[in-house]
Design a protein around this ligand. Structure first.
Ligand code: NAD
Ligand code: IPM
Ligand code: MN
Length: 368
């Protein structure tokens, strides 16, 4: 049987630095677990703009649609801040999400025991934390029309439109309920139905999907502003949170910090299952290109490596191997390996991106 295919789009800033460590892990699985992938590399974001004048070349888009899974590093950076909006690095990422129809973005926030002291919250609030934010990723205010900057009288007006159809809400709600059944069986849906019609529709549709097909799952609704407050007041009350594109973007950065560092959080963006039962999928860390530390070998590669673990689980039916990788990471953290972003109150000497990769590979070897 042919090997599964992976398209790697490392992108900009720390993207290529953290992705280098993922490539070492992929090679390890080929060598030690007889789990080989056919890997192809291509450009996205500023790197693609520099070469092609566009943040995502059509050929790359076509390859992404063909691949069994896409792994993405990060896009963007100050070098590209003044580019025309239509060719900004971030547009490349948004095009991938939209054209691959990756409507369900899973952003887990799990607190590793060894890092419970590093959270900006008290240890007892985050120890054992395991929540999953399901962010709608292909619609809402990120894509709604009309949009643009227009002349209106003697001034300009900037317009974006929050827009959700029933079917868009329905399908992301289903993915959240399905996930909840395999976890703590609880879903909290967040919107602002108190001020937004799209929020009223969101709440209605989520409730209907629940009542018709998932009555066994515990469902609650919360206004997203209260949700943000509850996430920092008492995050362990949540199991699965389902929310729209923009609220999900903000709430997931907030949840990331609960776990100690943005450098720890992976994500999976999934579409509808294809003929072989697997969804179209792209895996990427939640963090960005971190221009402030790019090129210094300081970045934490764990978010990107955990994103590959999610690929093993969701695209390749290798749940046991995903757990092996997650356990290896847990072990190196318990043993005290820390990149600079994980320097807690007790201080210490940070290790480099590559040294973190070394430690995880060693722990993988030890797991055999
Ligand atoms: P960022 O996530 O790049 O950085 C925020 C802070 O977290 C910085 O201080 C950074 O050093 C730190 N950080 C992030 N990842 C880290 C890691 N792996 N290890 C250690 N520290 C880490 O967010 P930003 O500064 O708001 O954005 C920078 C650029 O990245 C922008 O162009 C933005 O659009 C882009 N961005 C891209 C993505 C993506 O590609 N998915 C996501 C978010 C932001
Ligand atoms: C993320 C990022 C992206 C988003 C940007 C870079 C387009 O912040 O993946 O969280 O806003 O979705
Ligand atoms: Mn974001």
């Amino acid at each position: 049987m042919a090997n599964p295919t992976l398209l790697i789009l490392a992108g900009d800033g720390i993207g290529p630095e953290v992705m280098d460590q993922v490539v070492r892990i992929i090679d390890w699985y080929g060598d030690k677990r007889d789990l080989a992938f056919d890997v192809e590399h291509d450009l996205v974001g500023g790197a693609a703009y520099d070469k092609h004048g566009t943040p995502l070349h059509d050929d790359t888009m076509a390859k992404a649609l063909e691949a069994d899974a896409v792994l993405l590093g990060a896009v963007g950076g100050p070098k590209y801040d003044d580019l025309d909006f239509s060719v900004k690095p971030e547009r490349g990422l948004l095009r991938l999400r939209k054209e691959m129809d990756l409507f369900s973005n899973l952003r887990p926030a799990q607190c590793f025991d060894a890092l419970a002291d590093f959270s900006s919250l008290k240890k007892e609030l985050v120890a054992g934390l395991d929540i999953m934010i399901v962010r709608e990723l292909t619609s809402g205010v990120y894509f709604g029309e009309p949009r643009g900057i227009f002349e209106e009288g003697n001034e300009r007006v900037g317009i974006n439109t929050q827009r959700y159809t029933e079917s868009e809400i329905d399908r992301v709600a289903r993915s959240a309920f399905e996930l909840a059944r395999r976890r703590g069986n609880k879903v909290c849906s967040m919107e602002k139905a108190n001020v937004m019609e799209s929020g009223i529709l969101w709440r209605e549709v989520v409730q209907k999907v629940h009542d018709e097909d998932y009555p066994d799952v515990e469902l609650s609704h919360m206004y997203a502003d209260n949700g943000a407050m509850q996430l920092v007041r008492s995050p362990k009350q949540f199991d699965v949170i389902v929310t729209d594109n923009l609220f999900g973007d903000i709430l997931s950065d907030c949840a990331a910090m609960l776990t100690g560092s943005l450098g720890m959080l992976p994500s999976a963006s999934l579409g509808a299952p294809n003929a072989n039962g697997h969804p179209k999928a792209m895996y990427e860390p939640v963090h960005g290109s971190a221009p402030d530390i790019a090129g210094q070998g300081k970045a934490n590669p764990i978010a990107c490596i955990l994103s590959f673990a999610m690929a093993l689980r969701y695209s390749f039916d290798q749940g046991d191997e995903a757990t092996r990788l997650e356990s290896a990471i847990e072990k190196v953290l318990a043993d005290g390996a820390r990149t600079a972003d994980l320097m807690g109150p007790e201080g210490g000497t940070p290790i480099s991106t590559t040294q973190m990769g070394d430690a995880i590979l060693e722990a993988l070897d030890a797991s055999l």
